[in-house]
Unconditional design. Structure first.
Length: 119
């Protein structure tokens, strides 16, 4: 009996700290959602959009770092031509993204036209 009365008096004195601890424990799942789960879902949606926009003739980079052109599609796989007469079959999920070669060409041409205009 004596031990129960000691526990009861000790428990009634620290009720304010328990509420703060409870709030912290309830905030952890919300923080995990906004810091971990939500950004991961966003990345998954972006990757799915990239993979659905790919078509035959597009230059792509694989997650392994291999560059190539898509020459065919069958189900959930692509045929990638990595060199003349060298084709490999890869999963669509292995395609990291589309290579944008248009960014390199105009900047080089604009630099040359600026130099000739100054002369």
């Amino acid at each position: 009996m004596h031990a129960l009365s000691i526990l009861a008096t000790a428990d009634s004195g620290s009720s304010g700290g328990g509420v703060a601890q409870l709030l912290i424990l309830l905030l952890i799942p919300f923080a995990m959602y906004f810091l971990l789960i939500r950004p991961q879902r966003k990345r998954i949606k972006q990757q799915a959009a990239i993979q659905s926009s790919l078509g035959i003739g597009d230059e792509v980079i694989m997650t392994s770092g291999i560059y190539g052109f898509i020459t065919g599609e069958e189900g959930d796989r692509f045929w990638i031509e990595i060199d003349d007469d060298v084709q490999i079959r890869v999963a669509k999920a292995a395609v990291q993204g589309k290579v944008n070669t248009a960014d390199e060409s105009p900047s080089d041409e604009s630099d040359e036209s600026d130099e000739s205009a100054e002369s």
